[in-house]
Design a protein around this ligand. Sequence first.
Ligand SMILES: Nc1ncnc2c1ncn2[C@@H]1O[C@H](CO)[C@@H](O)[C@H]1OP(=O)(O)O
Ligand SMILES: [Mg+2]
Ligand SMILES: [Mg+2]
Length: 296
Amino acid sequence: MADWTDCLNFGISVAKRAGEQKEVKLKSSPADLVTETDQRVEKILISAISTRYPQHRFIGEESVAAGERLQLTDSPTWIIDPIDGTVNFVHRFPFVAISIAFAVNKQTEFGIVYSCVEDKLFHAQRGRGAFLNGEPLHVSGQEDISRCVVVTEIGAERDDLALSTLTSNIFRLLKLPVHGVRALGTAAVDMCQVAMGGADAYYHIGMHCWDIAASAIIVREAGGVVTDTDGGWFDVMSRRVIAASSSAVANRIAQVIRPFPCRRDDEEPLQSGGQLTADRKCAGPLMKSDDTNKTH
Ligand SMILES: Nc1ncnc2c1ncn2[C@@H]1O[C@H](CO)[C@@H](O)[C@H]1OP(=O)(O)O
Ligand SMILES: [Mg+2]
Ligand SMILES: [Mg+2]
């Protein structure tokens, strides 16, 4: 079996170096500022990694936003979110992360999440455990949903359908009841909270592979479970994830939440007048046919 430890160690060093890039130049508008900083960090990461590993491929949030095709092949591939928590970053809400996953044959070999403001470095390598600043990490092991803190994200969709699904899912969880529902503004750090036992579960529909790939392996290696939002097999391109302290909690959340259909990350982008449209939009019917079986 190939040993990717050299890549992991290099990934950790570039993530920490990129996390020091706190200087932000004000451009013409807040939107420009965000784009410029996100793009700059992604360029720093990709240029350092590709110089060392010229054969490797990349899936980067900003490269995809600039029109690059999103395709996970069997080649060694780095999946990068240069700034996870861009809205936090702009508002100085203190949870912002660099998320880097590395996959070979479509299997994640390691994940790195550097929560820059907190200076917390989470990492995990397949079969070798999960760590926070070098110390082993463990999920809470909680099995009782009524004793759980559950994390999710509000996301950016503001249409009625998205908002009603989002709020009704939170409503259902609160009515179980769970101990609390939280949202930190970065999916990567949300899931690392599950890995370290600060939260017992995370779920969301609509994140992208770069938001969740690294923290998914960190949760698993910390002893947690990662599933699809229907409780089935987790597919990193599906944009559907539950990360939990136990199978019991993951299954209970899968029973409670209503699905919100999204275009897969590896689906062909929608074409509109020759221009690529934002692939962040969800599409399709609101409910799956089996939705009537869900717990209300
Ligand atoms: N269209 C979108 N707009 C804002 N945040 C999004 C998003 N799609 C995914 N996210 C992610 O959702 C969380 C915030 O709710 C962050 O992890 C954020 O990642 P980002 O900061 O890298 O965009
Ligand atoms: Mg992100
Ligand atoms: Mg980002």
